[in-house]
Design a binder for this molecule. Structure first.
Ligand SMILES: O=P(O)(O)OC[C@H]1O[C@H](OP(=O)(O)OP(=O)(O)O)[C@H](O)[C@@H]1O
Ligand SMILES: O=c1cc[nH]c(=O)[nH]1
Ligand SMILES: [Mg+2]
Length: 218
């Protein structure tokens, strides 16, 4: 059971604190890290996190012919795992995870956070069919107020999704609490649980605006 800084229980939270992840997250936070390296780090951390997020995937026996004989191995069971990045910043997490599981499907959810109200505004939704039979990994580097993640989960559920995990790199306690309140069935995996949000809804200490740092906008 995880706790936020004020002691609230966060039962659906898992912090991926592998030493390599902690090292890379620190480089990602550094304001001096240039766009090219920022992109590479997001890609690498996402891949390491996906390894943890899929630890309990169901398997089924699979026959395999080695050069010497036939034996029984294992294959991941069921429909292809489905990655759903929240545009834009979530896009940075897709390629690294696809290297680990090249046959995963990819859906997209377009959302941006209104600068004044901090409320999510949605502009795109496309996911593969057979939604109810799929395991979804919803991807966004930042979980701040939780408004965007909660809205994306609501959209996925409206389309029929039942098994959703949310992967982020940096989370604020406020966002974790909101997601746990609105979608207690959705497990959240993060590489870092930060202290708080500032008055503009930015995570402290955080890493700044993930979308801008990934794509060189501002
Ligand atoms: O938890 P929240 O308070 O909703 O904030 C988090 C959202 O804000 C950022 O996206 P942004 O709105 O900057 O869009 P972008 O990815 O297009 O830059 C981030 O990538 C999340 O989607
Ligand atoms: O700190 C934050 C909060 C929301 N979105 C970001 O990219 N960074
Ligand atoms: Mg942004």
């Amino acid at each position: 059971m995880a706790h936020s800084h004020d002691g609230t229980e966060l039962p659906t939270l898992s912090i991926v604190d592998h030493p390599l992840v902690r090292h890379k997250i620190t480089l990602l936070r550094d304001r001096a890290t240039p766009t090219k390296q920022f992109k590479e780090l997001v890609d690498e951390i996402a891949m390491l996190m996906a390894y943890e997020a899929t630890r309990d995937l169901a398997l089924e026996p699979a026959s395999v012919d080695t050069p010497l004989e036939t034996t029984t191995g294992w294959a991941v069971r069921g429909k292809k795992l489905t990655l759903v990045p929240i545009l834009r910043a979530g896009l940075g997490m897709v390629e690294g995870i696809l290297r680990l599981m090249p046959s995963a499907r990819v859906g997209h959810i377009g959302l941006y956070r209104d600068h004044d109200t901090l409320e999510p505004v949605d502009y795109y939704f496309k996911v593969p069919g057979d939604v109810g039979e799929r395991d979804f990994l919803l991807l966004d580097p930042m979980l701040a107020t939780g408004g965007s993640a909660a809205a994306a989960v609501t959209s996925l559920k409206r389309a029929g999704a039942t098994r959703i995990r949310f992967l982020c790199l940096v989370a604020a306690p406020e966002g974790v609490a909101r997601l746990a309140r609105e979608h207690p069935d959705v497990m959240v995996l993060t590489a870092a649980l930060d202290r708080e949000l500032n008055e503009h809804g930015y995570i402290l200490p955080g890493l700044g605006d993930a979308g801008d740092r990934l794509f060189g906008t501002r």
